[in-house]
Write a protein that binds this ligand. Sequence first.
Ligand code: GLN
Length: 545
Amino acid sequence: MNKFIFVSGGVCSSLGKGVAASSLGALLEGHGLNVRMVKCDPYINVDAGTMSPYQHGEVYVTDDGAETDLDLGNYARFTSGPLSRANSVTTGQIYDAVIRKEREGCYLGHTIQVIPHITDEIKRRILAVAGEDPANDVVIVEIGGTVGDIESIPFIEAARQMIHEMGRKNAISVHLTLIPEVAGAELKTKPTQHSVKAMQELGIQPDILVCRAPVMLDEATRQKIALFTNVESEAVIVSYDISTTIYQVPLVFYEQKLEEIVLKKMGVEVRHADLSAWYTMMEKFSARRGRVRIGIVGKYMELHDAYKSVYEAIFHAGLACGVETELVKVDSALLDAASDIDTVLGSGGTSRVDGVLVPGGFGDRGIGGMVKAACWARTHKIPYFGICLGMQVMVIEWARNVLLWEGADSTEFTPDTAHPVVSLLEDQIEVTMMGGTMRLGGSETRAREGTLIHKAYGGGPIHERHRHRYEFSNRYRTDMLDSGLILSAFTPDNALVESVEWPSHPWGLGVQFHPEFKSKPTAAHPLFTAFMQAIIAGSRSGKHR
Ligand code: GLN
């Protein structure tokens, strides 16, 4: 069975199309179906890897080393199908492939056009995901952007062709819109009517509408929307605002039988849905007691999406440990300029934190503030979790403040430092192209027994994803070990240091990889859980206060 669901969006961006598509995926999985997710991004970059986090939020890395849109992170958190390079399609990739084929002479004699050549390449990629595994049942294709955007038209057109060619039993359209509330007036359906018209002009009649609204819509409003849009009123689903967590969205849709309507439209027999994992997760959400405050010391603080997977992973760990988690976002550049760090992070200030997390990042802005935060956590015995750059900062801080090597740094920030304790990976030296050339993707790590990292994984295998060009400098292994820094995990060939830990400290761990990409609300990541447990243990003993 190969069925296709195209999820598009209208009215405006940021309506939560990724969460809606993922939630539908979760519901269909609850019915025992094998679901695959695909994101189509209309931008011309080949992948998200060369964009600033401020442009497009976090770069999500897959096991096979693709640098993708952050919506793949949503798919990974809500659904369980494999995600790879194939699940992220961009205009850049499509044109790149078509132009290469043209140069190879694959289309000799033809004029290359958006229809059919670009649309055929889009369709080929979507069908390839479906065909990866004969057990695949449904492919949910999320089309980025808002209907009416020039850039997304070829993707909408490819969807139109697939719906036309396969028939409505095999391919349907789910369209997400907004029902705004005008101050002093009622909820407005007109933007939704216009958005559906925009879809119809492009040749697609949506089968199902998902309406973002501040509250549940009454029956009369749903019928009005149905009347104006040719959608059955039962297929007008409301994604009303919830005060709990985005992970309740699958259950909000389930109440309104979204997946039953989808399955009925596609002629699939509706089986009993098992959503127990989502109900259990919500029970844990309500049962949380107490609150811990995690100081995130990073450089892309204004945009929540820039560290999305890290923030989600913290929330998941809170669920697993039964505590509410509050994020205290600290701009590392401001921390660098602050004369007294204790007033920002410490008990003297308003932003007292129970743990510090320094996430990944690139470039030298704000590094001084991260080093200060690491020093503060180390000397005040506050749990500290360093991810990628956050681990490199631990090494720099140790070299400067314990080994007293003035000016010790990563060559990323000070190329001519006298103490390059973090330096370019050897296989990066010859690299000149910037796109997709970092150390990327999943690989195995071996932890030494008796270390925090070994304990967190329960001694089991460690397979995590990377995205970096710089690395702990091997020539300093002896100096670091002799001064007490714990080098706790390595690549299987022992060539690269994968994690470091502070001695005589409740919990100070830095990892070169990105564990945040593998955390789920229904299965928190063991490193985030261990970090949270250390924070809770510290708070209970009053150590951090
Ligand atoms: N900028 C650092 C490097 O390239 C860290 C990268 C990261 O945090 N993802 O090695």
